[in-house]
Design a protein around this ligand. Structure first.
Ligand SMILES: [Zn+2]
Length: 158
């Protein structure tokens, strides 16, 4: 049996903050604001997996208000959700994600993001796609004020 899930996440960008995407620290003048490490890619993937299981969203499992998750490593949160998926008998068939950010160019980091995510998801790297786009100068992404990620995942019951 297959289950499909979608995830979306946006973080505001500000100067002087770190930018972490898919567990990879990206060199950037502007980084993402957030309670945890503000890893929008990890958050969108986590939501996609929760969505495929009809298990609510990341905010339900790891509330912003809970100091336990302050500065949390979002790949650790994803690992917890993968543990839950394993308990339910699911494994990831494949993941596809699109990261939209105006600057910097993410191409040099994409392979490492795929490898980090594949490691946490327990799949081969060729089951994990990460694509990078800009906002073409339009809206919050294009003006360099936000990073936004869309992710879709297919789970397979083993
Ligand atoms: Zn987020």
């Amino acid at each position: 049996m297959f289950r499909i899930g979608i995830g979306q996440d946006t973080h505001r960008l500000a100067e002087g903050l770190p930018l972490v995407l898919g567990g990879v620290r990206v060199e950037s003048e502007r980084g993402a604001e957030g309670h945890s490490d503000a890893d929008a890619l990890a958050h969108a993937v986590t939501d996609a997996i929760l969505g495929a299981m009809c298990e609510g969203d990341i905010g339900v499992h790891f509330p912003d208000r809970d100091p336990q998750w302050k500065d949390a490593d979002s790949l650790q949160l994803l690992a917890r959700v993968m543990w839950l998926a394993g308990e339910r008998g699911y494994r990831v068939a494949n993941l596809d994600a699109t990261v939209s950010i105006e600057r910097p160019r993410l191409r040099p980091y994409v392979e490492e993001m795929r490898a980090r995510l594949a490691g946490v998801l327990g799949v081969e790297i060729d089951c994990v796609s990460v694509k990078a786009k800009t906002g073409e100068g339009l809206d919050a992404v294009g003006e360099g004020r936000a990073v936004t990620v869309q992710a879709i995942v297919l789970l397979e019951r083993t």
